[in-house]
Design a protein around this ligand. Structure first.
Ligand SMILES: C[S@@+](CC[C@H](N)C(=O)[O-])C[C@H]1O[C@@H](n2cnc3c(N)ncnc32)[C@H](O)[C@@H]1O
Length: 299
């Protein structure tokens, strides 16, 4: 950003794109940094302006991001597709042909299957100016060091335990809460619930090399590994986020029962197992993040 500010000319618009902005976490941090460094007044001194473009699929999270950031004068919001479905709109269409100077994708790429990631890389490359920067963070990309886990490993283990309970030949051996939940499941819902779960969290995490391969035709750069502690309580809270639990355990339609099952499996079985293992810490687990920094190469 500092380098770009040094280069601006009167009439320029410096644009940053927050890809998969969701509730606006990355944009809020960016907005704070812009305030601290006086980015907007410094650009104004040179006759230039700043815009922060937030894009995402329409939905509850993005609606919350809109509520939080709509009063910031330099934010702009764009949906990647029509509410209710329809095809993805490429970013060049979403941005009306405008180019951006930098793209941030915070906690997004690990959610994308390989084909979707390739489409995202192409779409981002089409709007990022040559020399522009793409940075991303992703906590659930394989592989990982032996002394860490990926962000969704605990959720995958909880789901594995739940499916094992659903298919057990001996329901009487289950904990009471599981027995009640298993008895409540309509078998006809199971295939659809599995599809929803697989869309929410990839059953097998994407590999960071697949992300790099999707970016390589357009970008130069690299991905580094960083490990941060995730508290046990945060693991549980992530699983209990309403949009997550509803999609990841759709077999259980009653919310209090679903939450009781998640609490039991996470707190009594999965977290103790992970915390006893090499990734365990006193209060949680070490999660390996992948941090990417890539520059758009000229066409
Ligand atoms: C874990 S949230 C992260 C949100 C935000 N970036 C943050 O840092 O809090 C992942 C976001 O990626 C969005 N997303 C999922 N698939 C996407 C895609 N194909 N293209 C763009 N965004 C996508 C979701 O809608 C969601 O808002």
């Amino acid at each position: 950003m500092e380098e770009r500010i040094g280069q601006v000319r009167a009439g320029d618009v410096v644009r940053v794109l927050d890809y998969g902005a969701g509730t606006g976490l990355a944009s809020i941090e960016l907005t704070k940094a812009c305030h601290e460094r006086g980015v907007v007044p410094r650009l104004a001194e040179r006759g230039a302006t700043f815009e922060l473009h937030l894009v995402d699929l329409p939905g509850g999270w993005f609606a919350q991001g809109y509520q939080l950031l709509r009063d910031v004068p330099w934010t702009r919001f764009h949906a990647l597709r029509e509410p209710g479905g329809g095809p993805f709109r490429p970013l060049r269409e979403v941005l009306g042909g405008r180019q951006v100077d930098a793209v941030v994708a915070n906690m997004v790429f690990h959610l994308l299957a390989e084909k979707v990631m390739r489409r995202a890389a192409t779409s981002i490359a089409e709007v990022l100016r040559p020399g522009g920067l793409l940075t991303f963070s992703a906590p659930d990309l394989a592989d990982r060091q032996a002394d860490s886990v990926l962000f969704h490993d605990a959720n995958r283990l909880v789901r594995g335990r739940w499916l094992a309970a659903l298919d057990t030949a001996d329901p009487a051996s289950l904990a009471p809460v599981l027995r009640e939940a298993v008895a409540s499941v309509r078998q006809s819902l199971r295939a659809d619930a599995q599809r929803r779960a697989d869309r929410r969290i990839l059953p097998t995490p994407m590999h960071s090399e697949a992300v790099a391969a999707a970016l390589t035709p357009f970008f130069v750069g690299g991905i580094e590994r960083r490990t941060y502690e995730l508290l046990a309580e945060e693991c549980l809270l992530t699983a209990l986020v309403p949009a997550n639990q509803q999609e990841y355990f759709a077999e259980i339609t009653d919310r209090p029962l679903r939450e009781a099952v998640i609490r039991h499996l996470m707190l009594d079985l999965v977290l103790p197992e992970l915390m006893r293992g090499p990734a365990g810490t006193a209060h949680g687990v070490n999660v390996e993040w992948k941090l990417g920094r890539f520059t758009r190469r000229p066409d």
